[in-house]
Design a protein around this ligand. Sequence first.
Ligand code: NDP
Length: 481
Amino acid sequence: MDQILNYIGGELVPPKSSTYLDNFEPATGAVYSQVPDSDASDVQAAVEAAESAFQAWSHTPVAERSAVLLEISRRIQESIADLAEAESRDTGKPVSLAKAVDIPRASKNFDFFATAIKHVENESHQTDREAINYTLRDPLGVVGCISPWNLPLYLFSWKIAPALAAGNTVVAKPSELTPMTAYLLSQICMDAGLPPGVLNIVHGLGNKAGAAIVEHPAVKAISFTGGTNTGAEIARVAAPQFKKLSLELGGKNPTIIFSDCPHEDTLETVARSAFSNQGEICLCGSRIYIQCELYEDFRDDLVDKVKAMKIGDPRDEDTNQGALVSQQHMEKVLSYIQLAKDEGGRILTGGQREIVSGRCENGWFVQPAIIEGLDHTCRTNQEEIFGPVVTLTPFDTEDEVITMANSTPYGLSASVWTENLSRAHRVSQRLASGLVWVNCWMLRDLRTPFGGVKQSGVGREGGWEALRFFTEPKNVCIKLR
Ligand code: NDP
């Protein structure tokens, strides 16, 4: 059985306690590897390694830092088949999705920040004819990066790449549910020539290894992606130490479909935005609002489309719905489907556990569910389910749909479907969310700010936002004589 190791000081090392947790393959429900159950002593070793690497790494010329990160990007791309297979096995997601989305994006994250760092400009402000200011941006030191299980290497690298590019050293923890590609990344970093201690990866539980990173006084900033409750706990611990915090949290995203939408394109993308990665993407559109005159036609077409989705072994190239990440998560999703029924919802398709025969008969599969007949204020429509479950709600007017769309405690993303340009602008401006897609979904330009409002988070990732987060500005004011 594979035993995953921590990556500390440039070496692959076992946890100091020699204790491991079982790592499950969601598609089979069986244990297939073991992950270190690291504790504060492993985090301490990682922080010390990161502290001793900081001076040299932060003074390494930008071109050299960039070259190492580009080499990591290239090696991820070169290993795409192996990494995609590992990601699929660890998460339950279809291997085709990991190959098309997760791993290419992880490679792009390193490529993007490796090149972005070469184009940073320092600001300068002239104060009348009296003085000139310029702003220096220094790396923070040792930073902590903590990521979730749904897009493991994609989100892990989205934090690590800008942190390293800006000259910080990193102590990172992937989710203990999906540690495999972060482990494989350790080897890639070693082979690519990343100096020892620049990146340290500590595996283990959130409330143990993760909490030790957040609490450690030498860790200057925490970049976290995960659930809203965990984000609140991290803020509670980090705030009194005045650490910089970037929190990318949960979502309950509205999809707003006006009757003048481009029908085929909308149907195709809305089905994808609802059920990609079994609905386990923070950006998935889980509340679908459809204008009344289109409601029945669109509903029926969407139900047909979703019924045709193939639930099956994530290894099969034609599978488009894989397994949910854990038994516990599957049970949570099924309990929300029961709640929807209790709240008066009608299940139009799906909503049961699916038994996939053969090697996957004990896997954690759930049929994608479409539910109608619920009020927008009920729990099913207010709480994040993070699974293959969407609700359909009809609406008449823009005002009505904006009120419903903005009614949750979350505000991560929204998508709007209309051919009316003025309406697209109007509605986008009134939506309380960090990201709005018009006639598309998850179309990403890595230069744009990424993040949410309300309980979906604090701060933004992406482009300069990420590089600003991972640096401290210092203004130098020079009086002109
Ligand atoms: P969690 O909040 O449970 O965990 C996220 C990470 O934090 C994991 O590595 C976890 O470790 C760790 N962690 C847990 N408790 C602590 C703690 N006290 N201190 C430090 N670290 C801790 O989220 P999930 O992994 O369940 O991910 C799903 C959530 O992530 C959803 O709510 C989803 O919306 C959100 N998400 C947000 C995105 C965004 O960009 N806004 C993108 C993707 C997901 P462990 O796994 O061991 O618990």
